[in-house]
Design a protein around this ligand. Structure first.
Ligand SMILES: [Zn+2]
Length: 355
């Protein structure tokens, strides 16, 4: 008998609510990195009109050689003039300018004889995008200032448009979040904070752990995420805490030896690595659904246990996956994971008055 199947049976029949097959009234949207979420930053640059079009390719070559702009390769070097009275004129980007830069002559900006300024008009200052755009929104904003190239990440574009998940996937996601909501309600019934979470293996759809906030003055660290990670570890023959006082918190025993399990999750996780014993981390390849945006401690626990994706319902003022921090997308941490917010958001917001 498959012990995980038993867990599923228990979840479906006795514990969790019936899956809601109504059309979804929520949308899972990605929580992107700071770089992907920020407004377009502008820097000043000098440009000049090209008065004699026949000089364009020569000027392009000479100016690019003396001012190569290695950090602004996203900027196109030449654009049509925006002066409506001179619509056929082109303008060429010469070089970046200091923030408080003033008027400069061609002779000051272009070393001669490396650049022959024939065909160029008087230089002028123009704000240009400092960094390459990472999302379509950033691209649209950037190119309003200066023509910009954009290497679109289609995955990000689809995620931002809410088109990443199929209808079937959304039904499954809703089912998992309904379990997390139910767990939060169990916590509230027991006088605990109404936050619930579940850990799912997306490869099989199996629920590996269901937990709720168990924190108390005796153990203030047992937030729902910490509970769930410990429960998954218990399913793997490890774990630390005794959850018998909280019978709704449960886990599915690992169906295979961790080493064998690693084979099935490996293909899912680009960031696959091993702990000091050569085993995959506790949550390698797994998804976590939680009713409320996790705090910094829980987000770091997700980093350490190598969670693959996190779906949360409602944001939190102290949230570390989008609101106060974006710990999942920090380039200086050795594991990054995808985060989506908004699954059953309305129901999740009602659970916890602080959200
Ligand atoms: Zn927490």
């Amino acid at each position: 008998m498959d012990p995980l199947g038993g867990m599923e049976q228990q979840c479906e029949d006795e514990k969790a609510p019936r899956p809601n097959r109504e059309p979804t009234l929520w949308q899972a949207l990605p929580v992107l990195s700071e770089q992907q979420s920020r407004d377009v930053e502008l820097v000043l640059a000098y440009a000049a009109p090209i008065l004699d079009k026949r000089q364009t390719s020569r000027l392009l070559k000479e100016v690019s050689a003396v001012h190569p702009l290695p950090d602004q390769t996203h900027l196109k070097r030449v654009r049509p003039s925006r002066d409506a009275s001179r619509p056929h004129l082109l303008e060429i980007l010469l070089c970046l300018a200091e923030p408080a830069a003033g008027k400069r002559s061609l002779a000051e900006l272009l070393p001669q004889p490396a650049v022959d300024p024939r065909g160029l008009g008087q230089p002028f200052l123009v704000p240009v995008p400092a960094w390459p755009p990472l999302t379509r929104g950033q691209f649209e904003e950037a190119r309003a200032h200066w023509p910009t190239s954009f290497h679109e990440d289609k995955h990000v574009t689809r995620a931002l448009a809410g088109r990443l998940f199929s209808a079937q996937e959304q039904v499954e996601m809703q089912g998992h979040m309904e379990r997390a909501v139910w767990m939060a309600q169990q916590a509230a019934t027991g006088g605990l904070r109404a936050v619930g979470a579940v850990v799912v293996d997306p490869a099989s759809g199996q629920v590996l752990a269901m937990g709720h906030d168990c924190s108390s003055s005796a153990n203030p660290l047992l937030h729902a995420t910490m509970v769930c990670i410990d429960l998954v570890a218990q399913g793997q023959g490890q774990g630390t805490y005794d959850f018998r006082p909280h019978p709704a918190c449960s886990f599915a025993p690992a169906s295979t030896h961790q080493g064998i399990q690693a084979v099935s999750v490996r293909t899912l996780n680009e960031d696959m690595d091993m702990d000091e014993d050569g085993l995959p981390y506790v949550c390698t390849g797994y998804d976590l659904y939680i009713t409320r945006e996790p705090c910094a401690m829980c987000a770091m626990a997700m980093v350490h246990s190598r969670v693959q994706r996190v779906f949360y319902g409602a944001p939190s003022p102290d949230g570390a996956l989008g609101t106060r921090f974006r710990i999942h997308a920090r380039p200086d941490l050795n594991h990054r994971f995808q985060v989506f917010h908004g699954v059953l958001e309305a129901q999740c917001r009602q659970l916890d008055p602080d959200t």
